[in-house]
Ligand binder design. Structure first.
Ligand code: ADP
Ligand code: MG
Length: 311
């Protein structure tokens, strides 16, 4: 049986504006179609930084103009971004499949990712979102809405939200079912809509889950074979950007940990990817993760190109 893949698409696969995004997802669709043609079963996870930022900004500016506009919680903005990006991905994949005579169906699962309400991240919000405000305005908004603001390197005050760890994926059953059926599924967009469980109910919370961590958790809970994290570089490097830079081919979890210790991976960019890869690989024997670029994805999967992290 062909392998089941969870593919995390980086920011460079989406662009910033709706037009850019339409073009970018079409390119991504071409690469994914090659894998679908080969019989791989695929779930796609994507980022949403610029998109959720745009949606959040639109509501914020509309509210400033007209107080009858609702304040839109960040979790809802994340849900909207899943719909917006999922629509573009579905459309581009479907059109590409028709062109290439592929009969595979595509759908998007609005995905809730369960987090722990007692995750220490909730005591220490770190992820900046939204507009910059003066101290006085920030104080007023904080009072009215319970937001946390921090001063951002002289540019003003900006809201910060927590970045908790993903614990489980609410829609995993549906996603697994669709994947096993051979459908391409877009899921966990933007790292998923964060929800916590309380008294048997799920409640959303304004937070941002790292999309690479969410992809690793999804791959784990739907029992995928390989996690593929696509970004702007074809491989992970040690001494990245230095004259002695060296691209990595196949590394063990132990080697990856050693490189982390030595500080080879930048926090906020490559480090969370390597950490997500390690988590997935360690979740069950035989699992592998690949970090590579979109352009190199097909080669990486079929010829072990890219950086492979194994146990
Ligand atoms: P994405 O939008 O895909 O999440 P990021 O910009 O967050 O992308 O992270 C990927 C980037 O991390 C790469 O494009 C590269 O510039 C940078 N990077 C940092 N450290 C390394 C490293 N050791 N090896 C390769 N790339 C690295
Ligand atoms: Mg990133």
């Amino acid at each position: 049986m062909k392998k089941q893949l969870v593919i995390a698409l980086g920011g460079n696969a989406l662009g910033n504006t709706p037009d850019e995004q339409k073009e970018a997802v079409l390119a991504a669709a071409g690469h994914i179609a090659s894998l679908v043609k080969d019989g791989y079963k695929i779930v796609i996870v994507h980022g949403n930084g610029p998109q959720v930022g745009m949606i959040n900004l639109a509501f914020e500016l509309a509210y400033q103009q007209n107080s009858e506009v609702s304040v839109m919680p960040f979790a809802e903005c994340c849900g909207m971004s899943q719909g917006y990006i999922g629509f573009h991905l579905q459309n581009a994949l479907q059109n590409t499949f028709v062109e290439q005579g592929i009969t595979t169906h595509v759908s998007t699962a609005i995905t809730q990712v369960i987090v722990d309400r007692h995750d220490p991240a909730f005591q220490n919000p770190t992820k900046p979102v939204g507009l910059f405000y003066s101290e006085a305005t920030a104080e007023k908004i904080a009072e009215a809405r319970g937001y946390t603001f921090v001063e951002d390197s002289g540019r003003g005050f900006r809201r910060v939200v927590p970045s908790p760890e993903p614990v489980d994926i609410k829609e995993k059953g549906t996603i697994r079912c669709l994947m096993e059926n051979g459908d391409v599924v877009v899921a966990c967009g933007g790292g998923g809509i964060p929800v916590y469980r309380e008294n048997g109910r799920l409640t959303s919370v304004d937070a941002v889950i790292d999309k690479d961590k969410a992809a690793a958790k999804l791959a784990e809970v739907i029992n995928a074979d390989t996690l593929i994290i696509l970004t702007a570089v074809p491989r992970v490097a040690i001494n990245f950007g230095k004259p002695e830079q060296k691209w990595l081919e196949r590394i063990t979890v132990a080697e990856a940990r050693q490189y982390i210790k030595e500080g080879h991976f930048a926090p906020g960019s490559m480090l969370p990817k390597v950490e997500a890869a390690i988590k997935f690989v360690e979740s069950k024997p035989g699992r592998e993760a690949i970090i590579t670029s979109l352009e190199n994805a097909y080669q990486a999967v079929t010829e072990d190109n890219g950086t492979v992290i194994c146990s």
